[in-house]
Ligand binder design. Structure first.
Ligand code: ADP
Length: 491
């Protein structure tokens, strides 16, 4: 099959979170299975150019219709760790992708509406004719809309779309200018509830809703989150739309790329290890302490890696840090916040704890350091309010770093409580799970984990090794996507 992914991220060249990992990892798996995969991305000024090989211009003059005129674009092509990527660079006064950031601009919905339009125009003008277009999140929600309302009539009648929702919180809400810009026009047609009209704001269009309504298959990133999206308010107003489209909606658990996230080959950690020489993890712990100027002592290290925002349960992250210190553990945090209040809060904490040898807060995004933390920490805490899939616990498991998680979304599908899980035999359990959002719940799970580390170190080691046994590679999920593609392709 010939598959084109259209996305706003692809790790490690463009990565703000799990979306980037998924686009890269899934593409690789699909290729390993003998499919042809290409990835279309925006050409941001701030992406990691050092991860692109042989970047060259592939299509110099792409003229993209926009607001009745056209915008001149260049399309560059290069390999990102073996994946063939096309980067679209518009030449216009808006400087859509030269903003020094991936997201967070006031006109984000127009930036990505333009990207979706340009990607479709690129597919059309270059005559690519993929079997499947796989697009992701609100940024590309207009792709299937444009395919079925416009491009289908210009020779793209054979393409089918799979749309994956990584996070329901951000849906891409915009006004009528999205229609005028992209040339979809026909305001009264699209402002229908069975099309793009937002379910709660009658004056707004919802790009994610467009993606759900028009795509041939819709997925989210774990089976449990698919259930939550259908039956709880986690889908932020799209529950009814999901309900109406339930026949084409399902959850496929994300995987991770074990050639990249693997302590036995990881290029960013000083000491490689696997199950049989698990004690080498200790050298990474020492290296982590040295790197972050933590005190050398007989204490476990608990880590948090992730965005610092309300989704991730920042109040519990903050509490986990102090509870770890009180309970005789060290704590390492690597995170970045886009919300100024949260950012200021964690900077304040960093200054406040600056001289404490048992804690380090690294505020910002640092891919290389994240690997050392996964390898050097003993436990990783994921106290999310909601979590569509969550990759940090999956990566933690591979590195023998025991996860302590809240039982929501994909965390339920991947972490099984050592003491209480009834659905898995003891030898398949791999971490600690709590359910409520209060401090007591978090403390009880952390207490059990820290207690085991101190009192029964052999049992703790066994638990860590059981985590390393889990297979959350793309192997299984890749098959899930192939089946979806085959299914929609024949329709
Ligand atoms: P989300 O997609 O909601 O941000 P996930 O758990 O699905 O969360 O994916 C997070 C990914 O981003 C993981 O690969 C994690 O290691 C990485 N990550 C998150 N924050 C940082 C950071 N500050 N520095 C480096 N990597 C980070």
């Amino acid at each position: 099959m010939y598959i084109v992914q259209i996305a706003s991220e692809c790790a490690p060249v463009i990565k703000a979170g799990g979306l980037g990992d998924v686009v890269y990892g899934l593409s690789r798996e699909l290729e390993l299975r003998g499919n042809c995969v290409e990835i279309i991305l925006p050409k941001y000024d701030c992406m990691r150019y050092d991860h692109i090989w042989a970047l060259h211009d592939a299509y110099r003059d792409l003229w993209v219709p926009w607001y009745g005129g056209t915008i001149h674009c260049s399309v560059y092509c290069g390999w990102v760790h073996g994946r063939l990527c096309f980067f679209i660079e518009p030449h216009s006064g808006e400087n859509f992708f030269n903003r020094g950031c991936y997201y967070g601009c006031n006109d984000d919905n127009m930036r990505f509406a333009f990207f979706s339009k340009a990607a479709m125009e690129f597919l059309l003008q270059s005559n690519k004719g993929p079997d499947i277009i796989h697009c992701h999140d609100w940024q590309t929600g207009l792709v299937p809309v444009m395919l079925y309302e416009m491009y289908k009539y210009h020779g793209m009648g054979n393409q089918r779309v799979c749309y994956t929702i990584h996070n329901f919180k951000h849906q891409g809400i915009g006004g009528v200018d999205l229609l005028w810009g992209t040339g979809l026009n026909r305001e009264s047609y699209y402002f229908q509830y069975d099309k793009l009209r937002d379910n709660f704001n009658a004056f707004a269009l919802n790009l994610m809703k467009g993606g759900i309504v028009y795509s041939n298959a819709v997925t989210t990133v774990s089976p449990n989150h698919a259930w939550e999206a259908h039956y709880t308010d986690i889908s932020c107003g799209l529950g009814h739309t999901i309900h109406l489209n339930q026949d084409k909606f399902q959850g496929v658990l994300n995987g991770i790329d074990y050639d990249y996230w693997n302590p036995s080959v990881d290029r960013y950690i000083p000491y490689h290890y696997e199950k049989k020489d698990f004690e080498h993890k200790l050298y990474n712990k020492k290296a982590l302490r040295k790197r972050l100027l933590l005190g050398e002592s007989e204490k476990p290290i608990i880590a948090y890696i992730g965005r610092l925002d309300n989704q991730k349960g920042v109040h519990l992250v903050h509490h986990a840090m102090y509870y770890a210190l009180n309970r005789g553990a060290q704590f390492v945090l690597l995170g970045s916040a886009t919300e100024p209040g949260i950012n200021a809060h964690f900077w304040h904490e960093k200054h406040h704890l600056n001289h404490n040898p048992d804690v380090h807060l690294e505020i910002g995004f640092n891919e290389e350091l994240s690997h050392l933390i996964y390898a050097g920490a003993d436990m990783i805490v994921v106290p999310s309010n909601y979590e569509p899939c969550g990759l940090t616990q999956i990566i933690g498991l591979k590195y023998g770093t025991v996860p302590i998680v809240r039982g929501v979304g994909g965390l339920v599908n991947t972490v099984f409580d050592r003491d209480y899980d009834q659905n898995h035999p003891p030898e398949e359990r791999n971490g600690y799970v709590f359910y409520q959002t209060d401090y007591n719940a978090l403390e009880s799970a952390m207490d059990r984990a820290i207690g085991l580390w101190y009192v029964y170190p052999e049992e703790f080691r066994k638990l860590a090794l059981q985590g390393m046994n889990c297979d959350y590679s793309w192997n299984n999920s890749g098959q899930g996507y192939i089946e979806i593609y085959e299914n929609i392709r024949n329709k």
